[in-house]
Design a protein around this ligand. Structure first.
Ligand SMILES: O=C(CO)COP(=O)(O)O
Length: 264
């Protein structure tokens, strides 16, 4: 049995202003509280837009919520003349636990390279913020059956010069681009194939202990109706949820996949 604590992370993308964020988070917290959710069994995180983070922090602190939160991107630098960028030090100061790095939407719309992703990972780690490194192939790469090779190259590029101690703390999210926001989910077998390959490569790059410590999430059209079958796979340790995380009741159901898996 794995000792990795499953993580359900809701990537809100560019949705919900700071007032809507408060309402959504409150509803999520109430729903999980009503269900007596055990946060030590399944960790729950939300990744709101930057402009929501201070409000989220205030609510989490005031109500002593066990939900944790993160950002969707971070600068590769810690301070200076980088207009529009957000320092990892600012995120740490806001009590941020996680930051998504290298999401496919940033790779696509902002031309983020593996080199930049690597610099951002180092920057986040330096400030004590845990990277959720996003990797995954597009449809053409999958059709060419080059998806494993492609994704592992992204992984290696992102982890260059990262020590085993640091790598152990990182979360990796496998998000096949063709399954994001399309309603088309990879099968549990597809998710397992890649999660296992990622863990195998981590064992080669570092060692078995490191590979066994890293949580590997699946992302792409995850819903309460398909999460349990994906989570049943041994190398899948959670989900990075986009659209479905905007609905607090649906996201709470996703976080509570264990209760519907046994028909409760
Ligand atoms: O990109 C995603 C999470 O980061 C997945 O988005 P969807 O769940 O909307 O497919």
């Amino acid at each position: 049995m794995s000792t990795r604590t499953p993580l359900m992370a809701g990537n809100w993308k560019m949705n919900l202003d700071h007032q809507q964020a408060i309402q959504t988070l409150q509803k999520l917290a109430w729903t999980l509280k009503d269900a007596k959710h055990d946060f030590s069994a399944v960790e729950v995180a939300v990744l709101p837009p930057f402009t929501d983070l201070r409000s989220v922090q205030t609510l989490v602190d005031a109500d002593k919520l066990e939900i944790v939160y993160g950002a969707q991107d971070v600068s590769a630098f810690t301070s200076g003349a980088y207009t529009g960028e957000i320092s990892p030090v600012f995120l740490a100061k806001l009590g941020v636990t996680y930051v998504a790095i290298g999401h496919s939407e940033r790779r696509e719309h902002h031309n983020e390279s593996d080199r930049l992703v690597n610099a951002k990972i180092k920057s986040a780690l330096g400030a004590g913020v845990i990277p959720i490194l996003c990797v995954g192939e597009d449809i053409d790469t999958r059709r060419a059956a080059a998806h494993v090779q492609h994704t592992l190259l992204q992984l290696e590029g992102a982890l260059e010069d990262i020590s085993a101690e640091q790598a152990k703390t990182i979360v990796v999210a496998y998000e096949p681009v063709w399954a994001i926001g399309t309603g088309e989910t990879a099968t549990p077998e597809d998710a397992q194939e890649m999660a296992e390959a990622i863990r195998g490569r981590l064992a080669e790059l570092y060692d078995r202990d490191t590979a066994d410590a890293v949580r590997v999430l699946y992302g792409g059209s995850v819903k309460s109706s398909n999460v349990a079958s994906i989570m049943a796979k041994p190398d899948v340790d959670g989900a990075l949820v986009g659209g479905a995380s905007l609905d607090p009741e649906e996201f709470a159901k996703i976080a509570r996949y264990q209760s519907h898996a046994v028909g409760l």
